[in-house]
Ligand binder design. Structure first.
Ligand SMILES: C[S@@+](CC[C@H](N)C(=O)[O-])C[C@H]1O[C@@H](n2cnc3c(N)ncnc32)[C@H](O)[C@@H]1O
Length: 257
């Protein structure tokens, strides 16, 4: 497997990932509610991280297999979810599973990080049983949260200070085209949002350093990072309580029956 900036950073962050605020866990519950698998559904959680979707699928009574290329993530997922059927270190571009052995393959905030999403989508199709579903989430927008517009605006403002090839891990993705090119049908999407209570500004800043956005902060020159942090804290000081509003987009497609 070729290590990428994303895989290296996320492996390093495994001990804190989704522990500061239950951000990915919150979206995973909504994701699984949208797909609504029945008990006994054979689920593959792709790029499972610490198991946000695994936990949500187990709560639906599914039989869950989880894979991630980061050993530190897989180890923690297996500790937290002893009911997981199998948790393995694996590259999603080359799935070590036979054809047609899953009913649902889900991926939370993974596909937009991949080197070759088309190759991964073809692998997903291969391991899905006829009529099986591939669903995944990507970052999205939030409506009616003007108090949080400052956060995205700060990322855009400081972007010119980031050296080329560094910074944010997300890559542009045309989800609909990805699914149709891989042969999925019944393609659809929906927007979801969550509003997460944040105890204080320290917690919010620590959260920003505990997942993929860390790549952006680490790429900023030291004085710019200090200024970015100060401006975030100034905005948060005007919020009481602090409730973080964030959006995501869910996508799904079916394998021919
Ligand atoms: C943003 S995290 C999302 C984790 C989890 N799905 C969630 O919703 O919290 C992205 C995960 O994808 C994994 N990942 C990235 N590229 C991968 C690849 N090529 N093969 C397997 N896992 C990969 C990372 O190690 C990381 O755990």
């Amino acid at each position: 497997m070729t290590a990428t900036r994303a895989t290296i950073l996320l492996d390093q962050l495994a001990s804190v990932y989704d522990e500061v605020l239950p951000f990915f866990a919150g979206f995973a519950r909504q994701h699984m509610a949208w797909v609504a698998p029945g008990p006994g559904t054979r689920v593959l959680d792709l790029g499972a991280g610490r198991g946000a979707l695994t936990g949500a699928a187990l709560a639906h009574g599914c039989r869950v297999t989880a894979v991630d290329c980061a050993a530190g993530m897989v180890e923690r997922l297996a500790d937290r979810y002893p009911r997981v059927h199998e948790a393995r270190v694996m590259d999603v571009h080359q799935l070590d599973f036979p054809d047609g052995c899953f009913d649902l393959v889900c991926a939370g905030f993974v596909v937009h990080l991949l080197d070759d999403p088309a190759a991964a989508a073809r692998e997903v199709r291969r391991v899905l049983a006829p009529g099986g579903v591939f669903s995944f989430s990507v970052p999205g927008d939030v409506e009616d949260a003007p108090e949080w517009e400052f956060y995205g605006a700060l990322f855009r403002e400081f972007q010119p200070l980031i050296p080329e090839g560094q910074g944010r891990l997300s890559r542009p993705l045309d989800a609909e085209r990805l699914l149709s090119a891989a042969g999925f049908t019944g393609i659809g999407g929906t927007a979801i949002e969550q509003r997460l209570p944040v105890p204080d500004a320290d917690t919010f800043w620590d959260w920003g350093l505990s997942h993929g956005s860390r790549a952006y902060f680490d790429a900023l020159p030291a004085d710019a990072r200090t200024e970015f942090e100060a401006r975030v804290r100034a905005e948060l000081s005007a919020m009481d309580p602090i409730v973080f509003a964030a959006g995501a987009r869910l996508w799904r497609g079916a394998s021919a029956a």
